[in-house]
Design a protein around this ligand. Sequence first.
Ligand code: BGC
Ligand code: CA
Length: 348
Amino acid sequence: MSTKRAWIWTVAVLAAACSLTLCGCKKKQTEDTGKNYIGVAYYNQSDTFLNELLDCFRSQLKDIQGGDTETVVMVRDAAGSQRTQDDQVKELIDAGCDVLCVNLVDRADPSEIIDLARENEVPIIFFNREPVAEDLMQWDGLYYVGADAEQSGYMQGELAADMIQSNSQADGNRDGKIQYVVLEGEVGHQDAIIRTEAVVEALADREIELEKLSYQIANWNRAQAENRMEQLIGQYGNQIELILANNDDMALGALDAYEKLNYTEAAVPAIFGIDGTEAGLKAVVNARLAGTVYNDKEGQARAMAQIAMALLTGKGMEEVEFESERCVYLPYQKITAENAEDFLYQNQ
Ligand code: BGC
Ligand code: CA
């Protein structure tokens, strides 16, 4: 072989070896830069509660990790499509993410994501939208962080019962029954189904006579809730005595509808939400909402950050308080005008 050909061969072999190393070791690259990569995929960027939760997650990560490691968070919004989210998860894995946090679009359809994660050995912390237990058990690199949906609905019912039993105006037409409507989150979401059942159960346990006027799905969304409520007000007018919304955004949407129709403050029925978002808490402070239930985003974000860091560093998993092996459920808390300010300013 001439020296020239031998030289060309050497270059070709080196190039091939080099490209192999490059494609086979995205993770290695991230290790070399001393950075950790966490991929976050969530169902919809228009969701108020989740945006607040993700802000908390970023700040909790900063608190938990030491000064010498840098963690980069890459966030992807699926805009309500599970197909899009499946692709985004693949992209995050290809980009070298070492851990994923996934807020499923369709909580009943995580199999593609689980397969991808398992093949690539990238653990997943699911959050807020709870996969069914059989799916979570498919691989031991899967975790869930959320809250106890039943508790939130039950607490909302207790708040409403307290209000009704202490306020003689609550039964507007004095027929001994409370005429109510429910604004529900997405069909199939654990928090929508369970909160709706539990709130009614709590009111029944407190022996409040109820008359259901209507249940309307508004997909957690303020504008949709406003729209549904405008129709209901058109249909039932002053008969509506109580509005139970599965989350604060829909409670605020109901309020928007009354404001749009120029109802005076005194003529708006009692409205209860769940979450304690910034806007929700402010509305409770101003007595525009009768109460809400705090969905502990700080606690959820902390658990997600703890698990993520433990997976990245191999240390600290024993500090996480798991239930059913790989799940963390944070408790809810009741909020009324009396304590709403404490929650509003707790993290400032
Ligand atoms: C929250 C809602 C939110 C939903 C999104 C629920 O836990 O209460 O405000 O829209 O999660 O999955
Ligand atoms: Ca009544």
